[in-house]
Design a protein around this ligand. Structure first.
Ligand code: SAM
Length: 287
């Protein structure tokens, strides 16, 4: 078996690559971590895998062996040359040179499923950390026809993404992830699993897209706006945060709604479950 560290150093020397910090380039050099990411994604030949930010192709190589097809999306031109040199002989390899935030993933997945008969589409990535949140939100909010999203992100972000609403480590994004997916932690990854070493610990998480949302709400969009308003002023009580941001027309209206929902007047946003926010939304939209 080849040595992942030596392979990486060899490729970097051969192509005169210096990791580009502003593109979030930290290349994986741990076979254990690569194996765990691939194994936890349960990939079969029926699957279309989309890899975001393949970089030098360390994960890509393993994904190509397991998946029906791997579509890689990479922004850095230097990586494009390397990836094409390494993998263009694989029939199941496709490379898109571009920004993942601008690529029409919906269309790609739809076309691949229709034309090539893939049953499931899965995202696998060691994400560029400077845009973790926009990427995860795009993958969820665009309601892509996905089965799972297995990604490596900063540990703190991972903990927030997979927290249970109403419990600890939550933020507004926790509710979004919970609404669209169930989630699990796969593996904590130390800094020395990459070159160059990132300044933070990392974590692999897996999101499984829900078939049905966990709550019934009159408007998903309004609910998420309310959650954002509540968390923008998370040190305040929910009542004050939602009154200040005009979600409640007046404090009196807020008190009334909280009372009807059996919520304490002094409760803070982070104590609310998604069901609580759905009910607040439904009450507000009723009037
Ligand atoms: N997958 C490789 C690995 O695990 O060794 C590299 C991961 S590195 C953390 C993130 C990769 O995302 C880099 O190759 C970087 O060039 C790429 N990237 C950064 N911004 C991107 C964007 N907006 N769209 C697509 N790829 C991007």
């Amino acid at each position: 078996m080849s040595n992942i560290l030596e392979d990486t150093q060899f490729i970097m020397r051969k192509y005169k690559i210096k990791a580009n910090k502003s593109l979030g380039q930290n290349f994986l050099i741990s076979q254990k971590v690569v194996d765990k990411i691939v194994e936890s994604s349960s990939i079969t030949k029926d699957d279309l895998v989309i890899e975001i930010g393949p970089g030098l192709g360390t994960l890509t190589k393993e994904l190509l062996e397991k998946a029906g097809k791997v579509i890689c999306i990479e922004l850095d031109k230097k990586m494009i040359k390397i990836l094409n040199d390494r993998f263009s002989m694989y029939k199941n390899f496709e490379l898109i040179h571009g920004d993942v935030l601008k690529v029409r993933l919906n269309k790609i997945i739809k076309d691949e499923k229709e034309k090539n008969g893939f049953k499931k589409a899965k995202i696998v990535a060691n994400l560029p950390y400077y845009i973790t949140t926009p990427i995860v939100m795009k993958l969820l909010e665009d309601r892509l026809d996905l089965e799972t999203i297995t990604v490596m992100v900063q540990k703190e972000v991972a903990d927030r993404l997979i927290a249970i609403p109403g419990e600890k480590d939550t933020g507004a994004i926790t509710y979004s992830v919970y609404y669209y997916a169930t989630s699990e932690a796969i593996l904590e990854v130390p800094n020395d699993s990459f070159i160059p070493e990132p300044e933070v610990t990392s974590k692999v998480i897996k999101l499984t897209i829900r078939k049905e949302p966990p709550v019934e709400v009159k408007s998903r969009g309004v609910m998420f706006k309310i959650i954002k308003s509540a968390f923008m002023q998370r040190r305040k009580t929910l009542l004050n945060a939602l009154t200040n941001t005009k979600v409640f027309m007046s404090k009196e209206e807020g008190i009334e709604i909280l009372k009807e929902l059996n919520l304490d007047e002094n409760i803070r946003a982070e104590k609310l479950t998604i069901e609580d926010f759905a009910q607040i939304t439904n009450k507000i939209l009723k009037e």
